[in-house]
Write a protein of this length. Structure first.
Length: 474
């Protein structure tokens, strides 16, 4: 056993330093199966003090550290490189809910608490924590924060940054920043909290957070609506919002090709419409109203759209079971894409009004390069965020397509940039998009980000190879 392993075991206990190949394996591959890394050890601290001691030891020995939560990153953000020099610091043992304040409407949690547990704890306290995404059964609050996760309720509640009041962070040298305040107003300088949120584990280890809680919605109304295309979806978004205001909680878009693929791969997914539409949206309203009133409101908005020709068909869920079945279709999409083969994944945002134009232009541009390519497009249309995935044409195998993927990605990102969009709306840069940063970020932004990185992590040991390109590439 190396001296490093012995010292790590002295901090967290021998049982929590994993060094054999079998126990390490799940920590070394990403959810999509795109990246495989190696590690000197997987280290599983049980407290903030243990994290601090591990970080101080790694600083002294110049050991790189890759923080990891639920390992559901869609950008290879939590997978170490292949050198085997880094440790993976898994926060999943830090899974305690420290406090709930039902007057201040806050919950204080450790970073390794699984998102679904936070939702359940909020519900048990007759409150609501709104972050919701397909991986909620395994992703952790620390990972949600480091990735500034979005999900399906951003339209109403915002991203993780907007859902957080305070943070506790261990710095790369082992010092602890206790920023666990529950203040809604604090104008005492630079917003360090907001800098750590979305930093993808490159500036510090998030060990705790104070989250905002909301009144629990007592009524929901859910509809699955057939439409022609993204342009029709935008018109429908506008009319539903005009009628329903901020009761509009989710507005999720799927093209017909995306729907067909889901129905093919997910055995229990059922289309709630008479025929396969060219595209569809899943709409959810929520409120403290009574449910029949909310359903009538949604019916009113959809009747208007059907009469005006903006919607082709619509199904409104009659109960919670039906609503769940509608969501099963939408939530099956990530699994579908894994089963369908390796997609070239993009997670772009553009101004909401430019989305239909973006889809048409990107489809035309990638098809011109690779005729028969299959765009599988879905996402959080209400937020201007589309998951623009590309599957190979029938005549290319997976490896041939993988060789073309970087060129296709540049085309998709160029269409995004033409509209002043972003190359990552919610999945982060990780290692998947890091080579695109010099092309897509202004030099001044890259320079400022690199300066911040040097300030927090002068040795560049924290999550190396993620988010920021190597200094020689900028
Ligand atoms: P990990 O994957 O373990 O890590 C993510 C990043 O955070 C890495 O860079 C890692 O180094 C860093 N990190 C983790 N923990 C810490 C910590 N304590 N301190 C510092 N850095 C840390 N994302 C969305 O935004 N919206 C979606 O709708 C969405 N849907 C998804 C659906 C599925 C089926 C899957 C598999 C993923 C989805 N994701 C989505 C992506 C992913 O789940 C989220 O980004 C999630 O927030 C990651 O949490 P995690 O705990 O798994 O983090
Ligand atoms: C989603 O919205 O379902 C996701 O962010 C996950 C994905 O892109 O596969
Ligand atoms: Zn998403």
């Amino acid at each position: 056993m190396s001296e490093l392993i012995v010292s790590l075991a002295a901090i967290v206990g021998e049982a929590h330093v994993l060094t054999d190949a079998d126990t390490q394996a799940p920590y070394l591959t990403d959810w999509l199966g795109k990246y495989r890394g190696a590690a000197a050890a997987i280290v599983r601290p049980g407290s903030t003090e243990e994290v601090a001691a591990v970080m101080a030891l790694c600083a002294e020995r110049k050991v790189p550290v890759v923080p990891q939560g639920g390992n559901t990153s869609m950008s290879g953000g939590a997978t170490p490189d292949a050198s085997g020099q880094a440790i993976v610091l898994s926060l999943t043992r830090m899974n305690r809910i420290r406090a709930i304040d039902s007057i201040g409407n806050t919950m204080t949690v450790e970073a390794g608490v699984v998102l679904a547990k936070v939702q359940e704890a909020a519900q048990a306290a007759e409150r609501f924590f709104p972050l919701s995404l397909g991986a909620e059964g395994s992703c952790t609050i620390g990972g949600n924060l480091a990735a500034n996760a979005g999900g399906v309720a951003v339209l109403r509640y915002g991203t993780m940054r907007e859902l957080t009041l305070g943070l506790e962070v261990v710095l790369p040298d082992g010092r602890i920043w206790d920023g666990l305040t529950a203040l809604r107003k604090d104008n005492t300088g630079y917003a360090l909290r907001d800098l750590f949120i979305g930093s993808e584990g490159t500036l510090g280890i998030i060990t705790g957070a104070v989250l905002k809680l909301f009144p629990r919605p007592t009524a929901r109304a859910t509809a699955f609506v057939a439409i022609d295309d993204a342009s029709a979806a935008l018109a429908l978004l506008s009319s539903v919002r005009a009628r329903c205001g901020d009761r509009l909680t989710a507005f999720e878009f799927m093209t017909g090709d995306c729907l067909a693929l889901i129905l093919h791969h997910i055995a229990d997914a059922r289309l709630p419409l008479g025929a396969m539409p060219p595209a569809a949206v899943l709409i959810e309203l929520s409120d403290a109203d009574d449910e029949p009133a909310l359903t009538r409101r949604l019916e009113g908005a959809l009747t208007e759209a059907l009469e005006a020709g903006g919607a082709l068909d619509a199904a409104i869920a009659q109960d919670g079971t039906q609503a769940k079945a509608f969501w099963r279709i939408r939530e099956g999409v990530s699994e579908t894409l894994v089963r369908a083969g390796k997609a070239a994944k993009h997670d772009v945002s553009v101004p909401v009004a430019a989305m239909a134009d973006f889809v048409a232009a990107a489809n035309a541009a990638v098809s011109a390069v690779l005729p028969g390519i299959r765009p599988i497009v879905f996402g959080h249309l209400g937020d201007g965020n589309l998951h623009y995935n590309l599957l190979p044409p029938a005549y290319l195998d997976e490896d041939e397509f993988a060789a073309q993927a970087p060129g296709l990605t540049r085309i998709v990102h160029d269409e995004t940039r033409k509209r002043r969009g972003s190359i990552s709306a919610e999945h982060g840069i990780g290692q998947l998009r890091v080579s695109e940063m010099p092309r897509c970020k202004a030099p001044i932004e890259l320079e400022l980000m690199a300066s911040l990185k040097r300030l927090f992590d002068p040795d560049g040991r924290l999550n190396p190879g993620k988010l920021l390109p190597h200094p020689t590439e900028t």
